[in-house]
Ligand binder design. Structure first.
Ligand code: ACO
Length: 332
């Protein structure tokens, strides 16, 4: 049985976000597919989302979030030892988006790599950063989650295109020196459920060709109601296990920062985790589902709005394609 590390190894030293300026409203979507503002708001809680236009991609957005997080931590890019990038929408398949971000921000002492755990990227990234620090490979790690979901969505498919948005969030994770820190991490995946949420083609097995384009198999496909059920179950399990490993109860949590996919999933998760909605951060209305960027953007906004501060106990929990799910308990 894995239990709590007596003293935290790593802490969140700063957070930042980047949101592309273009706002796409539900009213605009009504003109694109057969949907309505009312359907989208009642089924998902989303009223608008951001879209990265033109060549603005994962690296540029990720670099924007990283620079904001560095400024918030009072560090510069040359203080960074590792650049970790979570993205389901890399700018190119080779090399990694992390290397592109490294070049953009000038993290000239770092090593950089991408990882692919979809929407669960931030809690996974905090755990990986902790591992690098524990292993003596790093003092300061950038965990960046950056997603251009608009580039993999079929804009003629109303069952998916209304759900997603673009953006990036980041955290600087540094060696802990006191009680503040990442108290626990929990991660899990189930590859047997991969095809509930996936892009059938565009990788090595089925590269893009005319047939793929005709059948739109390079776009995201999702079994929405199945994903919904798994999301609630997995996020509750992850929350419970992260709390247990940290040795804290849900009553002690100051703020739950869940993955922002759908307000109904958030409300169900909070209910099962026995956390009242006043202690849950929600911004899915403004941004939709930004995949892995959701949790760090929400955490950054929560800190900026004073919903949490030094000493606050935060539970972060996420769920995504893979399927993957993960959670952390963090003392800010
Ligand atoms: N506008 C209007 N009607 C729609 C739309 C739309 N945008 N989309 C679907 N419908 C219709 C369907 O066609 C269906 O019509 P029918 O009854 O005539 O067949 C009806 O609405 C109900 O469809 P359901 O899919 O059953 O609707 P549901 O209440 O389950 O809501 C939703 C769909 C919002 C996708 C929900 O299942 C959900 O949120 N699932 C989880 C999605 C998610 O979180 N994905 C991401 C998680 S992982 C990651 O972030 C990568």
């Amino acid at each position: 049985m894995i239990s709590r590390a007596p003293v935290p190894i790593a802490r969140i030293a700063g957070t930042g976000r980047f949101l592309p300026p273009r706002v796409l409203t539900n009213a605009e979507l009504e003109a694109m597919v057969e949907t309505s503002d009312e359907w989208i708001r009642t089924r998902t809680g989303i009223t608008e989302r951001r879209v990265a236009e033109g060549e603005m991609g994962a690296a540029v957005m990720g670099a924007g979030a990283a620079e904001a997080a560095l400024a918030n931590a009072g560090l510069t890019a040359s203080d960074i030892d590792v650049v970790l990038v979570s993205t389901a929408t890399p700018d190119r398949l080779l090399p990694s988006t992390a290397c592109d971000v490294q070049a953009l921000i000038g993290a000239n002492r770092a090593f950089a790599y991408d990882f692919a755990t979809a929407c669960s990227g931030f809690p996974y990234g905090l755990a990986m950063a902790t591992g690098h620090i524990a292993a003596g490979q790093a003092e300061n790690v950038l965990v960046i989650c950056t997603e251009k979901m608009s580039s993999i969505v079929d804009w003629s498919d109303r069952t998916t295109c209304v759900l997603f948005g673009d953006g990036a969030g980041a955290a600087v994770v540094s060696r802990a020196t006191g009680e503040s820190g990442i108290l626990s991490s929990f991660m899990r995946s189930d590859g047997t459920l991969a095809e509930l949420l996936y892009r059938p083609a565009g990788g090595a097995r089925i590269p893009i060709d005319i047939a793929v384009l005709d059948e739109k198999n390079h776009f995201i496909k999702m079994a929405g109601p199945e994903v919904f059920k798994n999301a609630v179950r997995s996020m509750c399990d992850a929350a419970e296990e992260a709390l247990r490993r940290a040795g804290v109860t849900s009553e002690e949590i100051d703020l739950l920062v869940p993955h922002q996919a759908n307000i109904r999933i958030i409300e169900s998760t909070a209910k099962y985790a026995s956390i009242p909605m006043e202690k849950v951060f929600v911004n899915v209305d403004k941004y939709g589902n930004m995949s892995s960027a959701s949790v760090p953007v929400a955490l950054d906004e929560a800190r900026e709005q004073g919903r949490v501060g030094e000493g606050s106990l935060v539970l972060m929990v996420a769920f995504g394609a893979g399927l993957t799910w993960a959670a952390n308990v963090v003392r800010l």
